[in-house]
Design a protein around this ligand. Structure first.
Ligand code: PBG
Length: 343
């Protein structure tokens, strides 16, 4: 046939290579592929990040994150009920703060009646079995969109840490089970641990955003919490340089020494090497955050018919497991959970 015309004589049976190892043997049948599969995504691996907004009965689409909505507290309770029914272990809460409540100091972060605290109490009351993770950082509350206090253009470290420790305690008192500092100030994990313990809340866990990079993939999130237009400058004086891997080990080591119960790497897919290295080194529960931009890319390509969105979603989550993650914060959580249940 065609190959012969091109000068190659291939006969189907007679070209057997004398191979001892033939990896394809194991891939030939579905039963064998299943039997030898090393990793799996289960519902137990999922943390579902949700966005909160003021109001009642309100669901507001996030433009750059198709399928994601900001939820009023009552709708967040419904989401929590849905998550619990699906078996999702935990939710992570992120507030869209009304612009009038934002100030240079982010003082709304310390208000026990702020949106996050009200959602914590309402969800705890309705769905006491679900884990609640809260983000510690000032950016949803500051008029300048930075995670900390400013002196001119400088983001202050130690003064910010004092506020963050109070913010963490405020969240814990409202019902947070896991405090997740995403601010990348030096020393904040230790300060938060001390503040919690001093208040008798040694039961509250800390999941540190140990390695959080100054990433372009957070764009849609900043749209969702309304800091996109207000952010002055960038976050490179506190978030990590995407060029650095060893530095992630140093950052994580400090958080471990300061008392982090769990580590997180963020963004996710572009930083799988970092997930792997942290897990190998510290053997702590280690999480990846599949951030807003990662979610948006998959959804946008899927909507255009350029990739199979569901397959890409599952493959991306499996990649986190293969890289050693114990779980993933992902906006796909309810979709994956339904899919895993065959719904
Ligand atoms: C803020 C925070 C960010 C995210 C989680 N917490 C954005 C930022 O640092 O600007 C990003 C999450 C996402 O993109 O999905 N402290």
């Amino acid at each position: 046939g065609k190959l012969r015309e091109r000068g190659l004589d291939v006969r189907l049976e007679d070209n057997a290579l004398a191979l001892t190892r033939r990896p394809r043997r194991g891939r030939a049948a579905d039963w064998s592929r299943r039997l030898t599969r090393e990793n799996a995504v289960t519902v137990d691996d999922l943390i579902w990040p949700i966005f909160l907004i003021e109001g009642e009965n309100r669901r507001e689409p996030v433009a750059a994150m198709p399928g994601v909505e900001r939820l009023s507290v009552d709708e967040a309770v419904r989401a929590a009920e849905e998550a619990a029914a699906l078996g999702i272990p935990a939710l992570a809460l992120f507030p869209y703060t009304e612009p009038g409540l934002r100030d240079p100091l982010g003082s709304e972060a310390l208000n026990p009646e702020n949106l996050t605290c009200r959602a914590l109490r309402a969800i705890k009351r309705a769905v006491p079995t679900i884990g609640l993770v809260t983000d510690v950082a000032l950016d949803p509350y500051t008029s300048h969109g930075h995670d900390g206090l400013l002196d001119g253009e400088r983001v202050l470290n130690d003064a910010t840490v004092a506020v963050l420790a109070r913010q963490a305690l405020t969240q814990a008192e409202a019902g947070a089970d896991v405090i997740a500092p995403s601010d990348m100030m030096d020393g904040r994990v230790g300060a938060i641990r001390q503040a919690l313990d001093a208040a008798g809340r040694s039961d509250v866990q800390i999941m540190s955003y140990a390695a959080k990079y100054a990433s372009a993939f957070y764009g849609p999130f900043r749209d969702a919490i309304g800091t996109k237009k207000t952010l002055v400058g960038d976050k490179r004086t506190y978030q990590m340089d995407p060029a650095n891997g060893d530095e992630a080990l140093r950052e994580a080591e400090l958080d471990v020494i300061e008392g982090a119960d769990m580590l997180m790497v963020k963004p996710g897919l572009p930083y799988l090497d970092v997930v792997w290295r942290l897990k190998e080194r510290f053997r702590l529960p280690t999480f990846a955050y599949q951030v807003s931009g990662e979610y948006a890319m998959i959804q946008a390509a899927a909507q255009n018919g350029w990739i199979d969105g569901e397959a890409a979603m599952l493959e991306s989550l499996l990649a986190f497991k293969r890289a050693g993650a114990d779980g993933v914060l992902t906006y796909f959580a309810p979709t994956v959970a339904r899919r895993l249940k065959g719904l």
